[in-house]
Ligand binder design. Sequence first.
Ligand SMILES: [Zn+2]
Ligand SMILES: [Zn+2]
Length: 152
Amino acid sequence: MPSTRSLLPKLKKDYPQLLFTPSGHFSWSPGAHTVFYDEVDTSNTSLLLHELAHGLLDHHDYSKDIELVAMESQAWDKALELAPLYGIKITDDTVQDSLDTYREWLHARSTCPECEATGYQSGKNLYTCVACSHEWRVNEARLCALRRYSTK
Ligand SMILES: [Zn+2]
Ligand SMILES: [Zn+2]
């Protein structure tokens, strides 16, 4: 199986417009135009391609949480497209597990703390309940760095 160590020189050559920087975890930084990668987790070529895909799709900040979930899905679609070019196989489990974490995150944020009905997002970090009109604030979430990914 290819490792991120053998993949990175190819990506740097193919995408000179992006920077690739070692870090504690995988993420995409639109401001710095940089793909950060976990130096230790060298087997995680899927996630490296995923972060690259965010960069190639020019993903920026989002105003609604649902947009983040959509961007995650688009980034995986793009990563799946790139994978065969680099001899990498991204499994459906990897994609679904990753998307599930965002879906669960969205579900947790949009559930009313008072009555457990589903609310709608009424501001950047604000939700309003459709059933009881309760309003609640949620924490800021960073693009594609919501949690550390575990790999098999
Ligand atoms: Zn409610
Ligand atoms: Zn992502």
